[in-house]
Ligand binder design. Structure first.
Ligand code: BMA
Length: 309
């Protein structure tokens, strides 16, 4: 059974919808704002580096891109030094009455994670670089645990597998108490590396986290999506990881593009009817969407599951 129903008019956003020159539209954050949807998406420029654009929608599938990019690499200290090459793969969490944006910042010094904040998606303020190099895929939980913010992240080391970790902060600036909580599994669809995808969604049975997993083949890597369920009160504890993927590249625009065979998510919006609308980049080139029953994804973590570590 397919857990995710793809939207019949995918892809929902492409470079042709962007009123300034870009080569791709992908790996977007999407959140509800004033009962509408805001998408902050990544685009490659013609020099291969990335910036973030912004688009609005009233129904979650028809998006109109604004005239100007939302964020480009900062030209001021201290951010310029650490994001001069590229800003990529935003995730957005609504907490404490503001929208927290995390993004991958590329520079000659490696890949760090920047944190920016907005209340209105008109102005945006950088707040801090919240990791050293090398990290990607930071998603912040929409609630605090024992007074601390919590994030899932994915450091990439030359020694250990590229696993999911959890890290806490009292103020979004200083982060610590890091702990490895979920590993890739050898000879499995996510054996090469895993990384947090969408900010976790609260359910009665736990925090549902949609992540990406990568498998190496003779024809390059394949990026797929999977699910994990974290304990409601202690998100470092994973109750179960769905053993099967929930989405793999199948449509032509997921199989062929800037990078072949990629579905990569940065966003999942829970709806009022028990469904979640998941957004993913197809082949690092276009944006796609589909829906799933939240209970089905939770069930997969509970009944067809593997251990996290
Ligand atoms: C990852 C990141 C993602 C990208 C994926 C597939 O390492 O660069 O932004 O979607 O590779 O190319």
């Amino acid at each position: 059974m397919e857990l995710i129903t793809r939207y019949s008019r995918n892809p929902i956003l492409t470079k042709d919808d962007v009123p300034y020159p870009v080569v791709t539209v992908h790996n977007a954050a999407v959140v509800k704002y004033n009962e509408k949807y805001i998408m902050v998406f990544r685009s490659h420029l013609h020099n291969g580096r990335s910036i973030l654009g912004i688009a609005d929608s009233s129904n979650g599938v028809d998006f109109k891109v604004r005239k100007k990019p939302f964020m480009t690499p900062d030209d001021k200290s201290p951010y310029h030094e650490y994001e001069s090459w590229s800003i990529e793969d935003p995730r957005i969490t609504f907490i404490d009455n503001e929208y927290i944006i995390t993004y991958s910042a590329y520079s000659p010094h490696g890949i760090r994670i920047g944190l920016a904040r907005t209340r209105d998606f008109e102005s945006v303020e950088r707040f801090s670089m919240i990791t050293e190099a090398d990290y990607r895929n930071v998603v912040i939980f929409p609630e605090k645990f024992n007074g601390l913010y919590a994030r899932l992240d994915r450091p990439h080391s030359e020694i250990s597998p590229w696993s999911v970790w959890i890290t806490y902060s009292p103020d979004l600036r200083y982060w610590g108490e890091s702990q490895r909580i979920m590993d890739p599994v050898p000879y499995h669809w996510d054996e090469m590396k895993i990384g947090p995808g969408a900010p976790p969604i609260k359910t009665e049975k736990g925090w549902l986290s949609i992540y990406h997993g990568v498998f190496p083949t003779m024809d390059g890597s394949v990026y797929r999506l999977g699910v994990a369920l974290h304990d409601l009160h202690n998100p470092a504890k994973i109750i179960g990881v769905g053993d099967d993927w929930i989405l793999q590249p199948e449509d032509p625009w997921e199989i062929t593009g800037y990078v072949h065979n990629v579905v990569f998510t940065c966003a999942a919006v829970p709806e009022h009817n028990g469904m979640v609308r998941i957004y993913w980049g197809g082949a690092d080139t276009v944006m796609c969407t589909g829906t799933a029953r939240i209970d089905d994804l939770v069930e997969l973590c509970l009944t067809k599951s593997r251990k996290a570590v």
